[in-house]
Ligand binder design. Structure first.
Ligand SMILES: NC(=O)c1ccc[n+]([C@@H]2O[C@H](COP(=O)([O-])OP(=O)(O)OC[C@H]3O[C@@H](n4cnc5c(N)ncnc54)[C@H](OP(=O)(O)O)[C@@H]3O)[C@@H](O)[C@H]2O)c1
Length: 267
């Protein structure tokens, strides 16, 4: 990593009061960046966790700003970026992390949930990109989208995968069209991470318990890869998804072997 590159730069991580987003926020702060923590639901656990996260970041000696905004609502996104412009006048890194979707088979989603799926996980991300452009253009900033293996492999009851696939395509599209503005666009395709959403996923995906512990990704591992994509060391990477899954997707045709078996079969 480049020494002091992140110092006094500003990162916005959508949906970052908990889970992977909060690990990304902490990682940027340890690198010296100031952080905008975004959350959706006011007055509840999300806001509480966002306030605690901001306190931790300030204790690290960085500036932290907590902004409520629902990315699925264009007006709300516009207000968030207006506030960022007014208060800070700068944005270097836009990390598209927020996501929300029911765990149900696609064919069983009622219209309301289908619309929410698209509004939060596709439109919401594009609204953020559009609203961030004037600031990112000034800083020759970076956009990093957080995707998942569901974008390319079947996961039971995971309609979010279809939106992840659409966004991975949007990453390639935006990378090309924004390169003229010197804005880089890439993504991280994460394996399985034990966050709040994992508890729900377990109810629908029995085989999850057969996956050995060493194949679960830590939020911090995703965060390291995100920061790498914002560092000048990654300057040659444009319009790409980096898979951070501890090799899980590489094992499609290999059974999950216990450690002793693995030893026997190693060649
Ligand atoms: N967990 C995994 O196994 C895994 C694997 C690969 C990739 N990912 C991806 O990594 C990202 C984070 O996942 P996670 O597991 O940390 O998720 P999570 O624990 O469910 O947290 C999601 C965050 O997004 C926020 N959010 C949801 N809808 C929003 C909206 N409309 N506007 C603003 N914020 C919103 C939530 O805020 P509220 O609480 O206020 O709703 C929450 O803070 C997601 O994009 C996910 O798809 C996850």
């Amino acid at each position: 990593m480049h020494c002091n590159f992140f110092k006094d730069k500003i990162a916005l991580i959508t949906g970052s009061s908990r889970g992977i987003g909060s690990a990304i926020a902490r990682k940027f702060a340890t690198q010296g960046a100031d952080i905008i923590v975004n959350f959706r639901k006011s007055g509840g656990k999300s806001q509480e966790q966002g306030e605690l996260l901001c306190k931790d970041i300030r204790d690290m000696g960085r500036r932290a700003f907590l902004i409520q905004a629902d990315i699925a609502v264009k007006e709300s996104v516009k207000e968030m970026f207006h506030e960022i412009d007014e208060k800070l006048g700068r944005l270097d890194f836009l990390i598209l992390n927020a996501a929300k979707a029911p765990f149900k088979p696609l064919e069983k989603l009622p219209e309301r949930e289908l619309r929410q799926l698209v509004e939060t996980n596709y439109l919401g991300n594009i609204f953020c990109v559009q609203a961030a452009l004037p600031l990112l253009e000034k800083s020759a900033g970076k956009i990093v989208f957080i995707s998942s293996l569901g974008s390319r492999f079947y996961n039971p009851a995971y309609p979010l995968g279809t939106m992840k696939a659409a966004m991975e395509s949007a990453v390639r599209d935006l990378a090309e069209s924004l390169s003229i503005k010197k804005i880089s666009v890439n993504g991280i395709c994460g394996g399985i991470v034990k966050t709040d959403s994992f508890k729900v996923l377990r109810q629908y995906w029995e085989e999850l318990d057969q996956i050995p512990d060493e194949l679960f990704v830590e939020p911090d591992e995703i965060a390291d890869a995100v920061v790498f994509l914002c560092d000048p060391a990654s300057r040659g990477i444009q319009g790409q998804m980096i898979v951070v899954d501890r090799g899980l997707s590489n094992r499609l045709y290999r059974p999950f072997l216990k450690a002793d078996k693995k030893q026997e079969l190693s060649y």
